[in-house]
Design a protein around this ligand. Structure first.
Ligand SMILES: *[C@@H]1O[C@H](CO)[C@@H](O)[C@H](O)[C@H]1NC(C)=O
Ligand SMILES: *[C@@H]1O[C@H](CO)[C@@H](O)[C@H](O)[C@H]1NC(C)=O
Ligand SMILES: *[C@@H]1O[C@H](CO)[C@@H](O)[C@H](O)[C@H]1NC(C)=O
Length: 977
């Protein structure tokens, strides 16, 4: 009723058209003239508003306009039309057979992309398997029209614009099936966060389309990673979070659109399918439950909330169906209008199979309970998201209601951040695939930067998922799950012309687009292109399918053969026992180890005549590698490794101490899942500082401890005695004094950046003034902060500040200068300062280099997630290099740190990206130095002995297809995988 009222044109209302005639309580008969006029007006309105109403209805002059129950026949007929809509089951919209893409903007020229190496996205008829083909791609009216070899330009329209791909890889646009871009715009500002409607737990009636900010610059950053389509989901705070929408990343005229609007972003303007987000587990119960007042406070309560909601929806559905059936026979049989309730409308849509359900669910009980709900209420789930434990229960997933079991939308190796992500495996994708389920990799932007969601797929390949399934996991698989599998995710005639030409295989480290087309429109006029020569696509390595999760620990003598490269800088390999003529290593050489220590490198055993197996000790193990690469072991700096098992759980972590200054040494707790993973990936040492805030693993306050990640306790490196066991786990009790000056301090009451910079200056000046008065070397007691600061102002101990803002970094450099000036009389050296974070450090690279301040980038590839990082450089094709390139170029000693602990597996990969995308500025050994030697250089610490801290990789550690095979972690043994 409201609808009609609000849409009555003024000329009609002026004539007192009886809106009350639509009021059920009114039975007033009016004059025929009035009636005719009213009907004419309403006919006009109906024509304008509801074009689907085609039949003019009964002749108003002769037929009654109300039923025996006094209901408007016109309105009942409209309701009957709604019935038809309610019972319409959507199907996937067609791709092939369209004249033009509904999103096509007139005037855009057709395009021929010549000479590309094309990933079609489905198995080749001849080869049987998916593979790369050489082809030209012709695009017109926003559609891919032809994909074939050597298309003759003569046969194409004369205004075709030609793009020469020069043999480089071309894929369909990447699809991110889990994003909050637009609803959590960046940089994060509370006022801009519209991710979740938290007023109550069950909100199927809210829609992200009402909040997407087209001006969110992150939409552009994401596209620069080749992502053309995202599913923008509500958050996971609610058991039912609301409707989600699929958008494309072309915004406004600059991107070839006619206007800036949310509806213009919609990937399917016809909205064939609808989407909904649901969630289970930790978030809803923690956000909504209040003991004694409201649920859910437990998973028990969550299932009740969900079932109760589905029950409401199914009741309404039944009422609607009954009504439609009765009304379709005889309008006089119904006593009211079609039942509807905006609160449950979308959820009824779910039960009618019109809405694709995506559920955030991690653990076995969450997954199993939800699978039960699907069977109780008979609706399918398109994908379980996050789903870290899904790989443990493929059979449970297959019991979900519907034809296809849910897909799994995953991170490759981001885990441990909460209890429900504690049990997890980087091999999950492979396990699921092997069990006939579909893994899909997603960003959860801004949890991960969706710009690099293709890296998640690349890591999945590294962790054993077949190459073609990894590429499908960010293209055709999410397209199919979105119900857009005939339009998106493949490079075939009839598909939307969303394509990316890459500078390298998209699953290789550092792969970046050189051009992106959305609906046939090139998105970059002047893209930055990395200086990278394309050397062909990856040849999938079947060996990656073999997974060794647990190491073989070898204490005695081991010979490793088949080593091809030593990737240790000359200045740190001086103590390596290289045994070969003139110290020139042969193309393929050996390495021997005894008690976890390298004893020979080159021609080994030495002299060569001892190589006959008889003379090698019977106990000696021989392990053959195909393409062994030796590097120094990696060091993790900036994380909470050793202090924290589950990031946000207070009982499993050395909690943030707030203003209390503490020593990480005092909270060190070893032998955790995180540390085992560190060891597994060659990160044999970590330097960790206490957190400032309980919930924030990125904040630091107190002194950091340096320790061996493979040790069992602080005093015992292993259960057995060995050479490496002597020193215990800790190699440096107090490495650096840490403070935090990033945006986390602003969340503390009464704290400002200026106030904190001033406090730090005052503390340092007080330490200078106190020099000579009871100078302690190891701080204990209540004033130990000052004792440590005395060591800082004399240059004995580094000062590490967690900070991103270029302006705050400059303020710190001023503090450094002032304190050094004051201390000049007493202190031998200046302050050794290290910046942790450094999202905007590139803006002050020259100043940092001049002041001799090192930078630990954490993350290495900032994307301005917080306000104080908003000027981060996100890399090609948007920016000329990243902050890392600028810092290295300026001569700043730079390392790569961990902004969260899960990154520990990725340190080698990050070095690979740094190398690949440096345009030659960062050599292989320099790149590895970012995660090893440079950490020590900037802190003024001695590097670990490479004879005891080393990694042997199968393949180049700087490439995606390599595997860590052997780790020497200073423990008196090696671990072999
Ligand atoms: C395609 O590109 C490759 C690599 O640049 C080049 O060698 C080849 O000649 C090109 N083919 C054609 C037909 O242009
Ligand atoms: C490597 O070790 C194997 C096995 O002992 C031996 O046969 C081979 O000659 C060695 N090669 C080199 C370069 O030392
Ligand atoms: C990108 O940066 C590099 C290094 O600073 C510089 O040499 C080059 O000219 C820049 N390229 C462009 C296109 O600005």
């Amino acid at each position: 009723m409201d609808l009609e009222k609000t849409h009555v044109p003024p000329s009609c209302t002026a004539q007192d058209v009886p809106t009350s005639r639509w009021n059920r309580t009114s039975r007033v008969r009016r004059s025929r003239v009035q009636r005719l006029f009213g009907v004419a007006c309403l006919a006009f309105i109906a024509y304008a508003q509801w074009r689907q109403i085609s039949s003019p209805g009964p002749d108003p002059a002769s037929a009654p306009d109300v039923t025996v129950h006094g209901l408007s026949i016109k309105r009942l007929q409209e309701d009957l039309n709604v019935c038809a809509k309610l019972h319409k089951k959507p199907t996937d919209p067609i791709g092939y057979g369209r004249e033009r893409n509904a999103r096509y903007v007139d005037g855009h020229r057709p395009t021929l992309i010549r000479n590309a190496t094309v990933w079609v996205g489905e198995p080749d008829r001849e080869n049987g398997d998916s593979s790369w083909i050489t082809a030209d791609v012709f695009i017109e009216h926003g559609l891919i029209k032809q994909v074939s070899r050597d298309l003759d330009p003569q046969t194409l329209p004369s205004d075709v614009s030609v793009y020469d791909a020069a043999g480089r890889p071309l894929t369909s646009g990447i699809i991110d099936m889990h994003s909050h871009a637009g609803v959590h715009s960046l940089p994060t500002i509370r006022a801009n966060d519209d991710t979740s409607e938290l007023s109550t737990d069950i909100t199927p009636y809210v829609r992200t389309i009402d909040a997407i900010q087209p001006t969110d610059y992150q939409l552009q950053v994401i596209k620069s990673g080749g992502v053309t389509t995202s599913l923008v989901l509500p958050g996971s705070g609610n058991n039912i979070g609301g409707e989600a929408f699929v958008i494309k990343h072309a915004v406004g005229r600059a991107d070839g659109r006619n206007e800036i609007s949310i509806s213009d972003l919609l990937a399917d303007p016809d909205r064939n399918w609808r989407y909904m987000k649901m969630a289970c587990g930790e978030n809803p119960k923690h956000i909504h439950g209040k003991v004694g007042e409201r649920g859910p406070t437990s998973r028990l309560g969550e299932s009740w909330e969900l079932r109760h909601a589905f029950k409401q929806a199914s009741k309404l559905l039944q009422e609607q169906d009954d009504w439609c059936q009765a009304a379709s026979r005889d309008l006089n049989r119904v006593k009211g209008y079609l039942p509807n309730e905006i609160r449950w409308e979308a959820l009824v849509g779910v039960l009618r199979g019109q809405v694709h359900v995506n559920v955030h669910c991690y653990t076995v009980p969450d997954l199993e309970a939800f699978v039960d709900h699907t069977n109780e209420f008979k609706f399918p789930v398109r994908a379980f998201h996050h789903a870290h434990q899904a790989y443990l229960v493929p059979e449970v997933l297959k019991r979900a209601w519907g034809d296809d079991p849910p897909a799994l939308a995953l991170f490759a190796d981001n885990m441990w951040y909460k209890a429900e992500s504690y049990i997890a495996s980087e091999y999950a994708g492979k396990h699921l695939y092997d069990n006939g389920l579909v893994p899909i990799y997603v960003s959860d932007n801004p949890i991960l930067n969706a710009q690099h969601v293709v890296l998640e797929a690349a890591k999945a390949y590294k962790y054993g998922l077949p190459y073609h399934a990894a590429l499908a996991s960010v293209t055709s698989a999410p397209a199919e799950r979105l119900g857009l599998g005939q339009r998106l995710g493949k490079v075939k005639a009839g598909f939307d012309a969303d394509v990316v030409v890459w500078d390298s295989d998209p699953l290789s480290l550092g792969a970046a687009p050189v051009q992106v087309w959305i609906d046939g429109t090139a998105q970059y006029e002047h893209p930055f292109e990395l200086n990278k020569s394309f050397r062909g696509t990856i040849t999938p390595d079947p060996n990656l399918a073999t997974i060794v999760e647990n190491p073989t620990v070898l204490h005695g003598d081991v010979i490793f053969t088949g080593i091809t490269k030593l990737l240790i800088p000359n200045d740190s390999n001086s103590n390596l026992p290289i045994t070969s003529p003139a110290n020139v290593l042969p193309a393929t050489f050996n390495l021997t180890i005894s008690e976890g220590r390298i004893t020979c490198l080159g021609i080994c055993p030495f002299p060569p005549n001892t190589t006959d197996t008889a003379s090698i000790k019977a106990t000696t193990r021989i392990i053959h590698l195909r393409n062994g690469h030796i590097t120094a072991a990696f060091t993790a700096i900036g994380s909470t490794l050793g202090l924290n098992s589950i990031d946000d759980d207070r009982t499993a972590t050395d909690n943030g101490a707030g203003p209390t200054f503490s020593r990480a040494l005092d909270g060190l707790a070893l032998d955790t899942a995180k540390l085992r993973a560190a060891q597994r990936y060659g990160v044999t040492r970590a330097i960790s500082a206490p957190k400032l805030l309980p919930g924030d693993v990125r904040s630091h306050h107190g002194t950091s401890v340096g320790f061996l990640t493979g040790a069992l306790t602080v005093t015992a490196t292993t259960g057995t005695t060995g050479a490496g066991a002597k020193g215990g786990a800790v190699f440096q009790e107090d490495v650096a004094v840490h403070y935090t000056l990033d945006q986390t301090v602003k969340t503390l009451n009464g704290v400002s950046t200026s106030g904190e910079v001033g406090r730090l200056r005052a503390k340092l000046l007080r330490a200078v003034a106190g020099l000579g008065k009871g100078r302690t070397t190891t701080g204990h007691g209540t004033d130990h902060e000052e004792a440590f600061l005395k060591r800082v102002v004399t240059g004995e101990m580094p000062l590490a500040v967690t900070v991103h803002s270029a302006d705050t970094i400059l303020a710190l450099l001023r503090v450094k200068a002032v304190v050094e000036q004051r201390a000049a009389a007493t202190a031998a050296e200046g302050i050794r300062m290290v910046i942790l974070g450094g999202g905007e450090a590139h803006l002050v690279a020259r100043e940092l280099a001049e002041a001799g301040v090192g930078v630990v980038l954490a993350p290495m590839l900032s994307f301005g997630v917080s306000w104080d990082q908003r000027r981060a450089l996100t890399g090609a094709p948007l920016t000329n290099g990243t902050g890392l390139d600028v810092l290295v170029d300026a001569g700043v000693v730079t390392a790569v740190g961990l902004e969260e602990d899960w990154v520990v597996r990725d340190l080698g990969l990050l070095a690979g990206i740094a190398h690949a995308n440096s345009g030659g500025g960062i050599g292989e050994k320099d790149a590895l130095g970012l995660v090893s030697g440079n950490v020590y250089r900037m802190l003024g610490l001695q590097e670990p002995d490479v004879r005891e801290h080393f990694i042997i990789h199968e393949g180049s550690p700087l490439e995606i297809g390599s595997r860590v095979k052997v780790v020497g972690g200073g423990l008196g043994h090696v671990e072999v995988y």
